[in-house]
Design a protein around this ligand. Structure first.
Ligand code: SAM
Length: 325
């Protein structure tokens, strides 16, 4: 999630909320071009040197960009109101998809570490869970069941991320494929999700899910939950969803996006030339400056989705508020 995102590269205070800001550490273009310019001025322009400089600049930039993208840590935000919205809906949706005994495939492009400790320093630093999952008593619902099972095994401060919610609710005939690019998050995910029916992948989530699609079983759900640290992610999600639907037309897709004042999510929605259900809620998140609510898009929503989204709203009260459109 972008709002409230924490960027650890050179950040003097990793716990500080830095919503709406991206800290990208790039090489200076001037520095990369300087030798080429110097040669040019001397009348001896060195094209191979120039090409190398250009290459260095591009690589430097893309390395810096990917470093910035991988500096997000969901541990600071686990259990916040946006997680509550997304996780309530995910758990309900999985319940709908497994009504029949046939197995399903579940995939995530951006899995995170799978299990969080709400008593950990990161979580205490932002206090975001106190404005989300800790601020309400969930009624009997699939998310409550997933949290209950997680806490029975790992203690009262444990909170399941989306991969663990899915693994807890799915059955042995179902298959999970979870993509996570951050090395430490991937390591934790692998440890937390070890199971026969679950594959964790240390790779780019967009590329990974596309390359495994269509999976067996063919009925299934893909969760797309990026951190939106770069503005281009909104368009990328729309583009990826089209490509995914071409390869795996039966898939149900759930996309999460933040509602920010600047309304960046509109680019995602405008780019989606598909039929979808949209569900948005507002909430208060004192630490998460800029995030006013959260949104979900369901593509190929199964029958019964409208009813479960109503339940999401009632289960999430008083933290989640209906946002009329
Ligand atoms: C918002 S968090 C995921 C939270 C998780 N879905 C949940 O609800 O518990 C986004 C995660 O995506 C990871 N990530 C960022 N870019 C990625 C990419 N291109 N492919 C796979 N994972 C990526 C980040 O390291 C981060 O752990």
């Amino acid at each position: 999630m972008f709002p409230g995102g924490h960027y650890h590269l050179g950040n003097p205070d990793p716990g500080r909320i830095q919503s709406n800001r991206i800290r990208v550490f790039t090489t200076q273009p001037e520095a990369a071009f300087a030798p080429a310019i110097a040669f040019g001025l001397c009348g001896e322009f060195n094209w191979s040197g120039f090409a190398l400089d250009l290459f260095g600049l591009v690589i430097g930039r893309s390395k810096a960009l990917s470093s910035a993208m991988l500096s997000y840590q969901h541990a600071y935000h686990a259990g916040n109101p946006a997680d509550l919205h997304k996780h309530l809906a995910l758990a309900e949706l999985l319940g709908l998809l497994i009504r029949k005994p046939r197995g399903i495939s579940y995939m995530e492009t951006h899995a995170g570490r799978g299990r969080y400790d709400l008593g950990a320093a990161e979580s205490r630093k932002t206090g975001e869970a106190n404005e989300g999952i800790n601020a309400l008593a969930l009624p009997d619902c699939p998310l409550r069941s997933a949290i209950g099972k997680t806490r029975a095994r790992f203690g009262d401060a444990a909170y399941p991320g989306s991969p663990l919610i899915a693994q807890t609710l799915l059955r042995e005939q179902d298959r999970l494929h979870l993509m996570e690019l951050h090395p430490a998050e991937f390591g934790a995910l692998r440890k937390a999700l070890r199971s026969e029916n679950t594959a964790v992948h240390h790779r780019d989530g967009y590329e990974g899910v596309l390359s495994l699609s269509p999976p067996r079983p063919r009925k299934g759900l893909v969760l797309i939950d990026p951190s939106y640290e770069v503005k281009t992610e909104y368009a990328k999600v729309a583009d990826f969803t089209h490509r995914l639907m071409r390869k795996w037309p039966e898939a149900t897709v759930m996309i999460w996006y933040p509602l920010l004042r600047a309304g960046q999510h509109e680019e995602l929605l405008a780019g989606l030339k598909l039929k979808y259900i949209r569900h948005e809620v507002s909430f208060d998140l004192l630490g998460g400056e800029g995030m006013q609510g959260s949104g979900l898009v369901l593509v190929n929503a199964p029958y019964g989705s409208d009813a479960i989204l109503e339940r999401v709203l009632s289960s999430g009260q008083p933290v989640l508020r209906h946002l009329p459109r």
